[in-house]
Design a protein around this ligand. Sequence first.
Ligand SMILES: Nc1ncnc2c1ncn2[C@@H]1O[C@H](COP(=O)(O)OP(=O)(O)OP(=O)(O)O)[C@@H](O)[C@H]1O
Length: 262
Amino acid sequence: MDSKEQHITLKTENLSIGYTSKNSEILVAKNIDLNAQLGELVAIIGINGIGKSTLLRTLAQVQPKLAGTIKIGETDLNNMKSFDLASEISVVLTEPIASKNLTVIELVALGRQPYTNWLGTLSEQDLAKVKEGITQMELGSLQHKKCHELSDGQLQRAMIARALAQDTPVILLDEPTTHLDLYHKVRILKLLKHIAKETDKIIIFTTHEIEMAIRLCDEILLLDGHTNPFGKPNELIEKKAFERIFPSDTITFDPDTGSFRI
Ligand SMILES: Nc1ncnc2c1ncn2[C@@H]1O[C@H](COP(=O)(O)OP(=O)(O)OP(=O)(O)O)[C@@H](O)[C@H]1O
């Protein structure tokens, strides 16, 4: 079996997510059944505070799940060592990065850490992946700038470039388009879709750009606090899932155009 066949899905079953403090458990969402295949771009959507970032952090093993399973192929993520995890999953969270004194190229090169020797020396292949990430995110002219000199949107693209340079089968991105202008939102989502398809990756991201997700994503997980439907955008439109996101006296969904009316 080659490595592609070993990692055909990222799958959750009956997943519950939330937080634990000393004496209590805070349940944020339950019944999350997501099934992403290689080559797919998947959006996690839902209203503020419903649990999108919590889910992304749970998938990335940054925080523990409360119940259920998360598997890559047949392997339960719980049984994976963190070193192995870094060559399976790359993740970009919304927390500000600690290393803003790095240049863009140095930040992107951090994505190669799971593959470099203990001295951190970059091979030709590592350098090629770093350059590729920088080019894909249109950061060529900014590559020698320090991260603290970048705008929020430029820094966001540099973080995505780092995840691309890590070249893992699964890429998890928390609100990757928040700081981007309309052009870069569309361009980067289209590019992520292209990368997922052409290089056989699973790219999962959280977003408030529901209409863009409907147009560009292969699958959508809608966290709605109840059944959390997961499926192709058309399937969710047919199930009238988008109609129930917002109060209908304020925002309605038009299934013919796949857009919201205010
Ligand atoms: N460290 C924490 N401890 C306890 N509860 C938390 C913690 N972080 C977040 N929460 C709670 O978990 C719930 C889900 O938060 P989360 O950030 O996952 O939502 P979200 O869907 O990403 O929201 P948004 O769209 O506003 O970014 C919220 O009620 C939030 O208050």
